[in-house]
Write a protein that binds this ligand. Structure first.
Ligand code: MTE
Length: 345
């Protein structure tokens, strides 16, 4: 069971859920936001700004990806997370600053602050996603084609990295299953494979001789995992578009799996009969399985997964117990009935 840590956090460091939601309501009524002008520049997106002062911040300071008007308008009409249920949690949100400056995005480098440092001026237009493999409607779809038919919704999810740190993040997105249905997978589509953009100019570590990843970054899901209602295409965080360092313009969010699965800046979705290879599994299958489900009972070969450091935190404080399937067992345990989760880790 998770140990709640709300009272240990100085109020200046956190955004109370109610405060964020009140501001979210305000944003929904704001004509400026509906027009896509100034959500970032007004400072309304910074949780610490709301808790302290609403100091203006520019999109550049927040390191947001560029935002076409149609996307800003869709973002402004996203539905709020419900007050309770599987798609939300009442645990304290991780501040925007931590969500957007403590990142894993190895295309930018291996330090946690490399992505926010090097992801400046990332453009999301033009952007397209190629749909290939076992589907009746393959093709190259523009970002607008991909996103426009979907209603965006807020989901407040726990986000647990294999490195044993975790956050609570108000994502904006829509169910991956809804996107998949549009392409009409054939009966042979047992798996879905995802790939990140290759771009040596924008992703400096794709040029590095020391990089361990064979680019592009790749991930995969079994089709029933992909269709599970918890699985999201993420397009935003804290009520605005994803900053580049968080995977603009679209990424995968699978909250019962370690964050590795949450592939960023997706440009290809491929439907396959056989299990696809995944970047970290290729590097070390012993350490990173295909499934990579959050499981406190299966240690990583080099560290325990029984507990996690809930951010923001120092090295030795705010350690909480890790939950089976990251607390989403009621929604997903049936997907693995009869499987040995030590073998299929
Ligand atoms: N996607 C790409 N393309 N490259 C990466 O290095 N890192 C993964 C995942 N998606 C990664 C990626 C890992 S290890 C984690 S924990 C999450 O992104 C981190 O997401 P966040 O930075 O938004 O917290």
């Amino acid at each position: 069971m998770i140990i709640k840590t709300k009272k240990e956090i100085p109020s200046s460091e956190i955004t109370a859920e109610t405060s964020y939601k009140n501001r979210r309501e305000f944003l929904k009524q704001s004509a400026n936001v509906a027009l896509g002008v100034g959500a970032a520049s007004s400072g309304l997106l910074s949780p610490t700004a709301s808790a302290q002062s609403a100091a203006p911040r520019s999109a550049q300071q927040l390191n947001l990806a560029s935002k076409p008007d149609w996307l800003a308008q869709k973002m402004a009409s996203a539905t709020l997370a419900p007050n309770s249920g599987p798609y939300t949690t009442d645990e304290m949100l991780t501040p925007y600053e931590d969500v957007t400056t403590y990142n894993n995005f190895f295309e930018y480098g291996t330090s946690k602050d490399d992505p926010s440092r090097y992801a400046r001026n990332f453009q999301v237009e033009p952007w397209s996603v190629e749909i290939t493999g076992e589907v009746n409607k393959p093709g190259i779809y523009s970002l607008e084609d991909i996103l426009r038919p979907h209603t965006f919704e807020e989901r407040i999810y726990r986000h647990r990295c294999v490195e044993a740190w975790s956050m609570v993040i108000p994502w904006v997105g829509f169910p991956l299953g809804d996107l998949i249905s549009r392409f009409e997978p054939t009966g042979n589509a047992n798996f879905v494979e995802f790939q990140t953009l290759i771009d040596n100019d924008r992703f400096p570590d794709q040029n590095s001789r020391f990089s361990t990843i064979d680019w592009p970054y790749q991930e995969g899901l079994r089709i029933d995992e992909a269709m599970n209602p918890l699985t999201l295409i993420g397009v935003g965080v804290y009520n605005d578009v994803l900053p580049a360092q968080n995977g603009a313009p679209l990424r995968l969010i699978v909250p019962w799996k370690y964050g590795i699965k949450g592939i960023k800046s997706i440009v290809r979705i491929n439907f396959t009969k056989e299990m696809p290879s995944t970047s970290w599994n290729d590097i070390s299958a012993r350490e990173y399985g295909f499934y990579i489900n959050v499981n406190p009972e299966v240690s990583h070969p080099r560290w325990s997964q029984a507990t996690e450091r809930r951010l923001p935190a120092g090295l030795f404080d705010r350690r909480i117990e890790t939950q089976m399937f990251n607390g989403y067992a009621d929604e997903v345990a049936h997907l693995y009935a009869g499987m040995d989760l030590r073998v299929n880790h």
